[in-house]
Write a protein that binds this ligand. Structure first.
Ligand SMILES: *[C@@H]1O[C@H](CO)[C@@H](O)[C@H](O)[C@H]1NC(C)=O
Length: 253
């Protein structure tokens, strides 16, 4: 039965993917979109999910406890450290969303990006955000301790096409007034293509490909099992026939 383990794992993968694509699941988004923010930034969490025409009561969860807000948006005028954590929402006709993480940092600078895992070839935009948007001058972006980009005025650092060599530990620093300030470091990961190039050339979403592979695999395993069982069966039949004819022969004597 151990041959069945890989297909089972694939099946789990496929069902996990189906779950993330669940159209009934609500979705939390951040506006502005940064998951890493500084104290006193304002953040709006938005809940997208189906609701009946006569109303849209939304339930919000912060670290799994229900919060009083019932509107489809949850606005925090000035975030504080205690607002950090996981947010989920649910509307009347949706299932509870996946969590969205908000991290409230204390300090003068924070490095922001839409996400920290990229595929090769995707653009990367890094932002050096300052506390209460204080002006920052002479901004450097560093990767693994080396300055990758310098701007006299605070400007986003854009990498037009991510390569694996862009993976690393990043931070930004700059002058706020006369003070030389640094952000905390963040790890950024650039991954290779998720599926073989054959797959993208036929323009199939990977989960369909995985499904076909899974079916093929199951078919192969089934066919293999069928033939080996048939062989076992035939060989045991053979023994029985032999035994039978032997006993008949011995009786006829
Ligand atoms: C800030 O400090 C670092 C090292 O401590 C230095 O290399 C850098 O030049 C300073 N930045 C500015 C803008 O002065």
């Amino acid at each position: 039965m151990w041959q069945l383990l890989p297909p089972t794992a694939l099946l789990l993968l496929v069902s996990a993917d189906a779950q993330t694509a669940d159209p009934l699941k609500a979705v939390v988004s951040l506006d502005p979109p940064w998951a890493r923010v500084l104290e006193k930034d304002s953040v709006t969490l938005k809940c997208q999910g189906a609701h009946p025409p006569e109303g849209d009561v939304t339930q919000w969860y912060h670290n799994d406890s229900l919060i009083p807000n019932q509107a489809s948006s949850y606005f925090i005028r000035e975030v504080r450290a205690k607002d950090s954590g996981e947010y989920r929402c649910q509307t009347q006709l949706s299932t509870r969303s996946d969590p969205v993480q908000l991290d409230v940092h204390t300090g003068w600078l924070v490095l922001q990006a839409l996400r920290w895992v990229f595929q090769e070839g995707e653009p990367i935009r890094l932002r050096c955000h300052s506390w209460k948007n204080n002006p920052v001058q002479k901004v450097s972006y560093l990767q693994d301790g080396k300055v990758k980009k310098f701007f006299h005025q605070n400007t986003d650092f854009v990498i037009p096409a991510a390569a694996r060599s862009h993976s690393g530990t990043y931070y930004c620093r700059g002058l706020i007034g006369s003070k030389n300030m640094s952000s905390e470091t963040v790890d950024l990961l650039v991954q290779g293509p998720a599926s073989p190039s054959v797959v993208s050339s036929v323009l199939l979403p990977w989960h369909q490909v995985a499904f076909c592979l899974l079916m093929g695999l199951l078919f192969a395993v089934d066919t293999g099992l069928y033939f080996s069982m048939q062989r076992d069966f035939q060989s045991s039949q053979g023994h029985q026939d032999y035994a039978l004819s032997w006993s008949q022969n011995s009786q006829s004597k």
